[in-house]
Design a protein around this ligand. Structure first.
Ligand code: NAP
Length: 230
């Protein structure tokens, strides 16, 4: 088993939980962060118990929570080799004409500030380990989506990835943006049978994490294969 430690925000479901499973299979020890503590504790059990995984209740919009998350990781495992800033929430309908402004506030605090706070809390440890940052942006952070504040929040995550890479130039820390199209997760109220599965994105994350130190994988756009006639 490897000693390497991967911290995942938004680990309680969807892409984050699938990545936790795939990373555990690949030998990583895990720090699992989200607000749903009971679900995280179940995951710890599924992934091999407290020697292999740690559950941390963390609201990514809270700086004290994020600091406590990083401290708990270092106390338990002594190092952080990779951080996957993945927690995020979707938009609400109505566009710039009619969407709920309070939902915008929660979404931007989660999707943008939350990513920044995860970086702020973990980068010292990642510089020490010459580690790897992965950020869940979206294809919505690369394309025009009419009326989408969600898309704007993901453009911000893409920009964080680009700007962080420049800040870290020469530090040995690598930055990879994960940019999925639609994934069938609790992100949506209805099942999305034609979408990617969370395991598909997890495999992409493991692929990125598995690159040798001299390979700097900047970003990965991954979409469901179009159906015939689409
Ligand atoms: N599904 C898609 O089509 C799709 C496509 C591209 C990108 N993405 C992005 O992928 C990421 C993961 O989404 P998903 O599809 O896997 O959806 P999901 O199943 O709903 O997972 C979202 C995760 O984020 C966590 N989260 C939300 N708000 C949080 C907060 N304030 N503090 C801490 N954790 C929080 C949730 O945990 P708790 O509720 O337990 O806190 C959950 O673990 C998001 O950033 C999303 O924008 C999704």
């Amino acid at each position: 088993m490897s000693d390497r430690v991967l911290l995942i925000t938004g680990a309680s479901s969807g892409i984050g939980a699938a990545t936790a499973h795939a990373a555990a299979e690949a030998g990583w020890r895990l720090v699992l962060a989200a607000r749903s503590e009971a679900r995280l504790e179940e995951l710890v059990h599924e992934l091999g118990g407290p020697d292999r995984a740690l559950a941390v209740r963390c609201d990514v919009t809270s700086w004290p929570d994020q600091q406590a998350m990083a401290e708990a990781a270092l106390r338990r495992f002594g190092r952080i080799d990779a951080a996957f800033a993945n927690a995020g929430i979707g938009g609400s309908p109505g566009g710039f004409t009619g969407a709920d402004p309070e939902h915008w506030r929660a979404m931007i605090l989660t999707n943008v500030l939350g990513v920044g706070l995860t970086l702020r809390a973990t980068l010292d440890a990642l510089k020490t380990s010459k580690g790897h940052v992965l950020l869940t942006s979206s294809v919505a952070g690369r394309r025009t989506l009419a009326g989408s504040m969600y898309g704007a929040s993901k453009w911000a995550v893409t920009a964080i990835g680009y700007n962080l890479r420049e800040e870290l130039r020469g530090s040995g820390v690598r930055v990879t943006l994960i940019e999925p199209g639609m994934v069938d997760t609790a992100f949506f109220d209805q099942p999305k049978p034609d979408a990617l599965r969370p395991e598909d994105v997890a495999h992409i994350v493991i692929f990125a994490l598995g690159q040798p130190d001299h390979v700097d994988l900047h970003e990965l756009v991954v979409l469901p294969t179009p159906k015939a006639g689409a």
